[in-house]
Design a protein around this ligand. Structure first.
Ligand SMILES: [Zn+2]
Length: 399
C-alpha cells in the first residue's frame, strides 16, 4: 500500500510546533513525524501539500449535540451521520455524541442509532468517528436544567442507567453531584470505564468531594450551568462554602471544558481557564447544536419531535426571550481560531486542548489525539489562519 505523506507545513505536536515537517502515514496509521530537510518522500507516495500551513491532529469533541440540521437525539442513523459529517468538515475526526434530557425511550434510541452508525461506518463520507456516547442528560439538578427540556430531567436510577452502560457505547457520563443516587451513579460509571463528570449542578465543595471519592474527575462546560459560591450560599446559608468552581481549580486531577465560541465566555475567562488548569486539564468543546451551518431561525434542541425550542442568530443559540444562551452553533475550528485570537495560549496548546487532552481524559489517546507513530492517521491540514483545508480520517479523505 502506498504511503501518504504530508509536507510543506508545520506539524503541531503536543509540546511544540515542528517547522518544515514531514508526516508519513501508511495503512491508515502514522508511521513517522520528522523534519523534511532535503530528503525526498518515496517516489510512489501520495503527497499532501500543506501549502505552508499546519499539519494538525484531527480534533476530538467530547461534548457535542448535533450539527448540519441534525441532533443526535433525533435517534436515527441518518441524523447521527448528518451530524458527524457536518463536524468532520470543521476538522473533527472523533466525537462523542452527547445526550440531552429526554425520556428513556429517546435516550435508548439515540444510543442504538450511535451504535449502528459506528458499526456501519465505511469512510470519511460518513463523518467523524464515534468513540463513544456522552451520557449527559437526563440527570441534571432541577435548578440547573439550562436550555434542556425540563420534563426530560430526573434523578439517576440504577434500573435506567445500568441499561445504558450495558450497551457498551457510553464512555463519558454526567450527573449533578447533589442528586439522590449520584454517588452510586458515579461508581457505576467508573466501573463502565467512563470519564465521570459533574454538570448542570449546584453542588457544594462537600458534595464534589464525595463525588470525587466515587470517581468523578471532570466538570462540563466551566462557568455554564454550574455552581458558584453565591449559588451555594443560596442553598446552605453561611458560612459561605466552596462551589464546583473552587473544587475544579483546587484539584489538579480535575479537568474541565470551555465553550470558546466568543458568545458564552469573555476572553479573560478563556485565558483564565487555560492559565489555571493548563492545556493538559482543559478541553475545548463545541457543545454544538443542530443549527451549525444552517441559516438563523428557530430550531429544536434535543429530539426533533419534542426538544425545547431555541433561536439561532447565526452566532449562537438563544433560549426563548433571549435571556440566556442555548448552546453553540460552531464547529471546533471556530473554537480553535477564537482561542488563538483572544488568548495568549500558543497554538500547540490550543490544538492539544482540542485533540490530545480530550483523548487522554476519555482513554482513547493510545489510538488517536496526536501526531505520533502508531496512532490512527486522523489529520487536519489548516491554513496559517487556522482555516480547515483538508481532513483525513484513518488516512482517508472525503471528497
Ligand atoms: Zn451541552
Amino acid at each position: 500500500m502506498k504511503a501518504l505523506v504530508f509536507e510543506n507545513g508545520c506539524a503541531v505536536l503536543p509540546e511544540r510546533v515542528l517547522e518544515d515537517a514531514r508526516v508519513t502515514c501508511a495503512q491508515g496509521r502514522i508511521v513517522s513525524v520528522e523534519r523534511a530537510g532535503k530528503r525526498r518522500p518515496p517516489a510512489d507516495a501520495e503527497v499532501v501539500d500543506a501549502r505552508g500551513g499546519y499539519i494538525s491532529p484531527g480534533f476530538i469533541d467530547i461534548h457535542v449535540h448535533g450539527g448540519g440540521g441534525a441532533d443526535f437525539m433525533d435517534g436515527t442513523v441518518e441524523a447521527v451521520r448528518a451530524a458527524c459529517g457536518a463536524h468532520r468538515a470543521h476538522g473533527t475526526t472523533t466525537l462523542f455524541p452527547t445526550t440531552t434530557t429526554g425520556s428513556p425511550e429517546q435516550i435508548r434510541a439515540m444510543l442504538d442509532a450511535c451504535v449502528e452508525a459506528r458499526r456501519s461506518w465505511k469512510s470519511p463520507a460518513d463523518g467523524a468517528l464515534i468513540a463513544g456516547v456522552h451520557l449527559y442528560g437526563p440527570y441534571f439538578a432541577e435548578d440547573k436544567v439550562g436550555c434542556h427540556s425540563e420534563e426530560g430531567r430526573r434523578s439517576p436510577s440504577a434500573a435506567e442507567y445500568e441499561g445504558y452502560f450495558a450497551s457498551g457505547v457510553v464512555r463519558i457520563a454526567t450527573c449533578a453531584a447533589e442528586l439522590p443516587g449520584a454517588v452510586e451513579f458515579y461508581r457505576a460509571a467508573r466501573k463502565a470505564r467512563c470519564l465521570v463528570t459533574c454538570g448542570h449542578s449546584n453542588a457544594s465543595w462537600t458534595e464534589m468531594a464525595e463525588a470525587f471519592r466515587a470517581g468523578m474527575r471532570h466538570v462540563d462546560h466551566f462557568w455554564c450551568a454550574m455552581s458558584t459560591v453565591p449559588s451555594v450560599r443560596a442553598r446552605f446559608g453561611v458560612p459561605m462554602q466552596g462551589s464546583m468552581l473552587e473544587f475544579v481549580l483546587g484539584h489538579p486531577e480535575m479537568s474541565t471544558e470551555i465553550i470558546a465560541d466568543g458568545c458564552h465566555l469573555a476572553p479573560e475567562l478563556l485565558e483564565f481557564a487555560w492559565r489555571m488548569k493548563g492545556a493538559g486539564r482543559l478541553c475545548l468543546v463545541t457543545d454544538c447544536n443542530r443549527a451549525m451551518d444552517l441559516p438563523p431561525g428557530d430550531y429544536r434542541f434535543g429530539p426533533a419531535d419534542d426538544g425545547s425550542w431555541f433561536e439561532s442568530d447565526g452566532e449562537v443559540g438563544w433560549a426563548p426571550g433571549r435571556t440566556s444562551l442555548a448552546s453553540s452553533i460552531r464547529g471546533m475550528d471556530h473554537m480553535v481560531r477564537h482561542m488563538r485570537r483572544v488568548t495568549r495560549a500558543p497554538v500547540e496548546e490550543i490544538i492539544r486542548m482540542a485533540s490530545l487532552t480530550p483523548a487522554e481524559r476519555t482513554g482513547i489517546a493510545r489510538g488517536t489525539g496526536s501526531l505520533e507513530a502508531g496512532k490512527r492517521a486522523d489529520l487536519v491540514v489548516l491554513s496559517r489562519a487556522l482555516e480547515v483545508r483538508r481532513v483525513f480520517v484513518g488516512g482517508r479523505e472525503s471528497d
